[in-house]
Design a binder for this molecule. Structure first.
Ligand SMILES: Cc1cc2nc3c(=O)[nH]c(=O)nc-3n(C[C@H](O)[C@H](O)[C@H](O)COP(=O)(O)OP(=O)(O)OC[C@H]3O[C@@H](n4cnc5c(N)ncnc54)[C@H](O)[C@@H]3O)c2cc1C
Length: 377
C-alpha cells in the first residue's frame, strides 16, 4: 500500500490511534490526521482505574506513543481539536479550527460515562471516571479513612472499590441488581465477586436503587453506571446509528468512505451472527487494525471474539467470548478466587464464553475453549 488520499480520524483514543499506526505499518504514506478533542496525545484507559489510580504507575505509562513517535511517523495528531460536523457529500470535516478534506474518514469517538442526577444533585463531590484528569482527581481523593460511596457494581465501580480499599478508604458500593456484574457474568461468578469485595471490607449493598439518604454519610461519591457511545456526530451527518454506528464486517458505515471503530461501532459479527458493540480495550485495537486493513483494500471480515480483562486486589482475570441474548444453560467452574480459577458458560453443550482468573498460563486454552464442547468436569 502506498499513497492514498487523506485519512481523517475523529477521536484520539486507542481505536483512532491504532488505525493511524496500522496504516503506517502497512506502508500507507499519504496524509493522516487524528483529531483529538482531549488536550493529550492518545492514551489507554485501563490504567486509569488500576495502576494510575493506585499510584503504582505514572500517568505517562498510559500513553500509546510519545510525541516524537507521532512526528517520526508523520501522523498529525491535533490535540484539543474537536470535529464539529461531517459533510459526507463533500468529503470533509469541520473542526473547531478549520476544515479537513478526506478520502477516508474513520470515526473513533468512544463513549462517555452515563450521568446520575441523584448523585450530581447530592451536594457531595461527585467523580466520574473516563479521562486522565478524572483518574488523577479521584486518586487524590482516595485517602485513608475517606468515606467513599460508589454507585454501580460493574467493572469501573469494582475497580475503584479495590483501589479505594487499598488506599485505606471506607467503601460502600450500591448496586441495584442482586449481585455485582450480574448481567455480564450471571449469578454463579457474580457471587464470587461479591465475596471478593466483602472479604476486603467493602460494604456491598445490593438489590435496591441508591437513594439520596444512602449518600448522606459519604465524603465523596463515585458514579460508575456504564457509558454511552458518542454517536451524535455520526447521526447528525446522516449515518445509520442504532446504539452505536452501524458497521459491516469490514467496519464500513452506511457511507462507503466512512468507517467506525472502537466503543462506538455496532458491528455485524461474522462468528456470533449478530451485531455487537464492545466497550473494551482489545476491541479498540482489533477493530483499529481491521479498519486500516479495509482502507488498504483487504476484504477479510473482523471476526475476533470479544475479550476483556480486569484487575481487582490480587485478582487478575480475562474473559473471552460473549453469552449474548440467548443466555447460557449452565456454568462449569474449576478452583476458586483464592487460587487459579476457570469458568465456562455453556449453551447447547458448547462453550459460549470462558474466563480464567489468577491463571495466566491458561490464557490461550481459555480462549480456545470458546466454541468447543465443555471440558471434562
Ligand atoms: C477507567 C476505564 C478503565 C477501563 N478498563 C478496561 C479494562 O480493564 N479492560 C478493558 O478491556 N477495557 C477497559 N476499558 C475500556 C476501554 O478503555 C475502551 O473500550 C477504549 O478506551 C475504547 O477506545 P476508543 O478509542 O473507542 O474510545 P475512547 O477511549 O473513548 O476515545 C475516544 C476519544 O475520542 C475523542 N472524541 C470524541 N468526539 C470527538 C470529536 N468530535 N472530535 C475529536 N475527538 C473526539 C474523545 O475525547 C476521546 O478521547 C476501560 C475504560 C475506562 C474509562
Amino acid at each position: 500500500m502506498s499513497t492514498g488520499g487523506p485519512v481523517a480520524i475523529v477521536g484520539g483514543g486507542l481505536a483512532g490511534a491504532t488505525v493511524a499506526e496500522s496504516l503506517r505499518e502497512r506502508g500507507f504514506d499519504g496524509e493522516i490526521v487524528v483529531f483529538a478533542a482531549e488536550r493529550h496525545l492518545p492514551y489507554e484507559r485501563p490504567p486509569l482505574s488500576k495502576g494510575v489510580l493506585l499510584g503504582d504507575k505514572e500517568s505517562d505509562s498510559a500513553f500509546v506513543h510519545d510525541d516524537a513517535w507521532w512526528r517520526e511517523h508523520d501522523i498529525d495528531v491535533r490535540t484539543g481539536t474537536e470535529v464539529q460536523s461531517i459533510d459526507l457529500a463533500g468529503r470533509r470535516v469541520v473542526t473547531t479550527t478549520g476544515e479537513q478534506p478526506y478520502e477516508w474518514l474513520v470515526l473513533a469517538t468512544g463513549s462517555e460515562p452515563r450521568r446520575l442526577r441523584l448523585a450530581d444533585e447530592s451536594g457531595k463531590p461527585v467523580h466520574y471516571l473516563r479521562t486522565l484528569e478524572d483518574s488523577l482527581a479521584l486518586k487524590a481523593a482516595l485517602t485513608d479513612g475517606a468515606r467513599i460511596a460508589i454507585i454501580g457494581g460493574g467493572w469501573i465501580g469494582l475497580e475503584v472499590a479495590s483501589a479505594a480499599r487499598q488506599a485505606g478508604a471506607a467503601v460502600t458500593v450500591h448496586e441495584g441488581a442482586d449481585l455485582p456484574l450480574l448481567a455480564v457474568l450471571g449469578p454463579e461468578v457474580g457471587q464470587l465477586f461479591a465475596d471478593l469485595h466483602r472479604g476486603h471490607g467493602v460494604d456491598l449493598r445490593l438489590g435496591a436503587p441508591v437513594t439520596a439518604d444512602d449518600l448522606s454519610d459519604a465524603d465523596l461519591v463515585v458514579v460508575g453506571i456504564g457509558a454511552s457511545p458518542r454517536t451524535a456526530l455520526a447521526s447528525a451527518a446522516g449515518l445509520e446509528v442504532d446504539d452505536g454506528v452501524l458497521v459491516d464486517e469490514l467496519l464500513r458505515t452506511s457511507d462507503e468512505h466512512v468507517l467506525a471503530v472502537g466503543d462506538i461501532a455496532s458491528q455485524a459479527h461474522p462468528v456470533l451472527g449478530r451485531r455487537v458493540r464492545v466497550e473494551h480495550w482489545d476491541n479498540a485495537i482489533g477493530q483499529g487494525k481491521a479498519a486500516a486493513a479495509t482502507i488498504a483494500g483487504s476484504v477479510e471480515p473482523y471476526a475476533k471474539l470479544p475479550y476483556f480483562f480486569t484487575d481487582q486486589y490480587d485478582l487478575g482475570m480475562e474473559y473471552f467470548g460473549s453469552v449474548g441474548p440467548d443466555g447460557y444453560d449452565r456454568v462449569q467452574t474449576k478452583g476458586d478466587f483464592s487460587g487459579p480459577f476457570r469458568a465456562w458458560w455453556i449453551r447447547d453443550d458448547v462453550v459460549v464464553a470462558a474466563m480464567q482468573a489468577n491463571d495466566w498460563d491458561a490464557s490461550d486454552a481459555t480462549r480456545e475453549s470458546v466454541g468447543q464442547p465443555p471440558p471434562e468436569a
